[in-house]
Design a protein. Structure first.
Length: 654
């Protein structure tokens, strides 16, 4: 994946070209096909080029218009190229960056909302003396920034910002508390005070007078899709899904595709193969890649073989390797951020297959679980709408499921949490301290740290869904706006970029997500059957054993095995973050022992303890690497102005 960087001195001082060069040099793997810098007065733009589409070969960036009034660095892919070219009368435009620049000339700031695809950009308008930065609506491609009133800096990777001497390293304790409890929920803050991520669907406008941030795209609950028959929903979904896959097959060479044997990745591989066979997509080569596992619960070999038989393709088998402590530390040292979570370390698939093929594109099945698993808050919609018959039918289905597999939540508890409690007004819910005590703060986080970081209040926040959004839709919207989802996408992006491939996710197509938001909940989940509309669309496409399967690979065991490989209980013997007062070391240790006992006994309860324990491990590694041995040196650095908080009322507009 290509990368971008920009420095804009708001006080008018000349931008230091050498600093942009250093920022680009910090992520050389994003520019295997070259790099470029443009600077003029207070602005400097940098670009790292990876040829991932045919049109990008030979493309010069930064791109400057003939008059020298507009300069652009663009990373990503435009999927509605023909539509935009026709609308802006740009028959001579060829590259995606040229199309983006032409769209800005035509529509101004509104041009970002018209682009379909995954992208991030920084565009300088010399006439208006402003810099525009944006991230695609689903936030597939990352963008981090810093602004202290004198300088604005942005880049594709967080550690690139740390090159600039005005960026002062200081831990952002409220965000750290949130990570320790629930992994990143806030879509804007990072582990560092003053360094932010731009959320998906937002645009920054930066000028000497200040910085504003606004949402340029949103999901609209007024846009509803209603048909009389399931087959009509399936047909509509299938058409969008095929185009989402086709758009992501556009490559300068070969394409790799995850094939786990699950419903999502298998659907992508089957549809991709059909598009290539029918001539609707031209790809240099197409290689499915599959992980193999020793654990029987994670073994999907049977389903992988069925897709191979149906397509005539042979999937590369790569045996899963546990992430080591050295792997984690190397990641933290380079990115100055958290290491990969153990099950995301399975994406070593990209590194291994680079030895087999010089592919530049990597398709994943990510997103299907996020947007098609359904929501238990449908109970609140059913109660509020007095839809008693449907409520009873759903409860009966949940009871039947629980009778067969009692590992999950009891149906009446689901009804209480998803229905009754959801209908309680937010102010009253915040007053229910026992509820928040159970949900907000596991024992590992000290009461003092939770109190001074306002942890309960932070975790009670919800992304404000558009007016008219139903409760089940609201769950979908929270996923759409989730900081945790962005964090995972950023990890996958940086891992793919590090190994020379651009990660693409058909289920994160904007058109698909808008479709998911507009259809009834029963098309996302029918009783206890998730991904209902996908299953309907894949009838006759997928092998029936995969299309109708209700289970999926269980990779939870990777966490206990990774902990054990990294040292087991010794990991928690001397925690620096405990000495900071962030966590209670004794309780962390006890929780680890309890998790191990539950895992050994085969109890699914061990799963509830995995993420907080990994969060403690990850934050400890990050804190030691960034603020440990060098903490005295950091404290001795001269004081610099803190960055402007873009979430404050003075700088934020929605």
């Amino acid at each position: 994946m290509s990368g971008i960087a920009a420095i804009f001195n708001l006080d008018g001082a000349p931008a230091d070209r050498a600093l942009v060069e250093a920022m680009l040099a910090a992520a050389p793997y994003r520019g295997p096909d070259g790099s470029g810098i443009w600077n003029e007065g207070p602005i400097a733009l940098g670009h790292l080029m990876m040829h991932a589409t045919p049109e990008s070969i030979g493309e010069p960036q930064p791109l400057v218009d003939a008059a020298g009034n507009l300069a652009l660095v663009f990373a990503g892919r435009i999927d509605n190229r023909e539509e935009l070219i026709a609308a802006i009368d740009g028959a001579k435009l060829h590259t995606d960056a040229e199309i983006a620049l032409g769209a800005y000339r035509c529509w101004g700031e509104e041009f970002a909302a018209r682009i379909l695809g995954d992208f991030t950009f920084a565009l300088y308008d010399r006439v208006r003396q402003r810099l525009l930065c944006a991230r695609d609506p689903l936030g597939v491609l990352p963008l981090y920034y810093f602004c202290d009133g004198r300088v604005f800096i942005c880049a594709s990777e967080l550690h690139q910002l740390l090159i600039h001497p005005r960026v002062r390293l200081a831990p952002n304790e409220p965000m750290i508390a949130e990570v320790l409890v629930a992994w990143p929920q806030d879509p804007e803050e990072t582990l560092y005070r003053g360094i932010f991520r731009l959320p998906g669907a937002f645009m920054l406008s930066v000028a000497a007078q200040g910085m504003t941030k606004r949402r340029y795209h949103d999901l609209d609950p007024r846009s509803t899709i209603r048909y009389r028959h399931d087959a009509e929903y399936a047909e509509h979904f299938g058409a969008i899904f095929r185009d989402a896959v086709r758009s992501r097959l556009r490559s300068s060479g070969g394409v790799l595709a995850d094939l786990s044997g699950g419903l999502d990745s298998s659907s992508i591989v089957m549809v991709a193969r059909d598009l290539m066979n029918s001539g609707h997509a031209r790809v240099g080569w197409f290689d499915p890649v599959s992980m193999t596992f020793d654990h029987p619960l994670a073994d999907e070999e049977r389903y992988i073989a069925e897709v191979e038989a149906a397509t005539g393709l042979r999937s590369y088998r790569i045996h899963h390797r546990l992430q080591t402590r050295d792997d984690c530390l190397a990641t933290v040292r380079h990115y100055r951020d958290l290491p990969f979570v153990p099950n995301l370390a399975m994406f070593d698939i990209a590194a291994t297959t680079q030895a087999l093929q010089k592919s530049r594109v990597w398709l994943t099945g990510s997103g299907g679980d996020d947007f098609l698993s359904g929501s238990n808050r449908i109970y609140a919609d059913l109660i509020r709408g007095f839809r008693v018959a449907e409520l009873i039918r759903r409860l009966r289905a949940e009871n039947a499921r629980y009778a067969l597999d009692p590992k999950g939540e009891k149906p009446l508890l689901t009804l209480y949490k998803g229905g009754v409690l959801t209908l309680v007004p937010p102010k009253l819910r915040r007053a229910l301290k026992p509820y928040f005590k159970n949900v907000a703060a596991p024992p590992a986080v000290t009461a003092d740290f939770a109190r001074r970081t306002n942890l309960v209040e932070r975790l009670a926040r919800r992304a404000p869904a558009p007016e008219g959004t139903g409760f089940a839709q609201g769950d979908l919207y929270e996923m759409y706006a989730s900081g945790e989802r962005l964090s995972v996408l950023e990890m996958v992006d940086r891992f793919g970029a590090r190994h020379g491939v651009e990660a693409r996710h058909p289920f994160y197509d904007r058109r698909l997500v808008e479709f998911f938001f507009a259809i009834p909940e029963e098309q996302r989940r029918r009783d206890d059957l998730t991904k209902f509309v996908l299953r309907g669309a894949m009838k006759g496409v997928l092998p029936e054993s995969i299309r109708t399967r209700r289970d999926k690979g269980d990779f939870g065991y990777i966490y206990p095995q990774t902990f054990r490989q990294m040292g087991g209980e010794r990991l928690f013997d001397s925690l620096a973050i405990a000495r900071n007062g962030w966590v209670d070391a004794a309780k962390v240790h006890a929780d680890y022992v309890r998790m191990g006992s539950l895992y050994a006994a085969g109890s699914p309860e061990y799963m509830r303890r995995l993420v907080p324990l990994w969060a403690v491990t990850a934050v400890e590694m990050w804190f030691n690497e960034v603020f440990g041995q060098s903490s005295q040196g950091l404290a001795a650095r001269p004081h610099r102005s803190e960055a402007v908080d873009p979430t404050s009322s003075a700088s934020r507009t929605n």
